[in-house]
Design a protein around this ligand. Structure first.
Ligand code: COA
Length: 161
């Protein structure tokens, strides 16, 4: 098999599926590599609720990333999107984002909303390139190594998606 064929097989091995509780050890591993202030396992366990959607990016049986979304009225609130360092810059974050937005639209949500650290330019670039726009700022929303950090609030119109 040549490199191109191998890459195609690898891509085909990648699927987005609902997260299950058995994913949590791998989720915690990625979470701790992804954030300065990671969620703990109890927070993830608490997300297995009827109005939450938990998505796993599965690379041939190995977890490559995940997204957590809460549905509230007609809003899909993206609470967490994280990709394992080993598979970053390969499109996983974008695929997860498109998947969760498509599902939210399909399930009748009118708007996607999220907060992102003001310093997290990689994530801001991703969201803006997918059509999110900045609607405001929450001062001191996040804990930071020295004090607090502002959140940028972004929304996405799902009614036209
Ligand atoms: C943000 C994150 C989810 C992106 O995941 P990813 O799979 O690497 O992203 P993709 O490969 O789909 O990249 C999509 C776009 O995001 C932007 N991007 C991603 N990583 C970037 C980086 N290191 N520097 C600059 N832009 C970046 C680019 O616009 C990129 O598009 P391009 O590759 O065409 O230039 C990932 O870096 C991550 O898990 N970070 C830690 C957790 C986090 O910050 N989550 C977001 C919380 S709001």
């Amino acid at each position: 098999m040549n490199r191109l064929q191998y890459d195609q097989v690898r891509q085909n091995d990648r699927v987005i599926r609902p997260m299950v509780s058995g994913d949590l050890p791998a989720v915690m591993d990625i979470e701790f590599q992804g954030y300065s202030h990671p969620w703990n396992e109890t927070v993830f366990r608490d997300c297995f609720r009827e109005n939450y959607r938990l998505w796993a990016y599965d690379c041939g049986g190995v977890l490559g990333g995940y997204a957590i979304v809460a549905y509230l009225y007609d809003e899909a609130h993206l609470l967490n999107l994280c990709v394992a360092p080993a598979v970053r810059r390969e499109g996983a974050g974008r695929q997860l984002l498109r998947h969760l937005l498509a599902h939210a639209a399909h399930e009748g949500m009118e708007q996607g909303i999220l907060e992102v650290r003001a310093s997290n330019q990689a994530a801001i670039d991703l969201y803006q390139s997918e059509g999110f726009r900045v609607i405001g700022q929450r001062p001191g929303y996040y804990p930071a190594p020295e004090g607090r950090e502002d959140a940028i609030v972004m929304t996405f119109d799902l009614s036209s998606a």
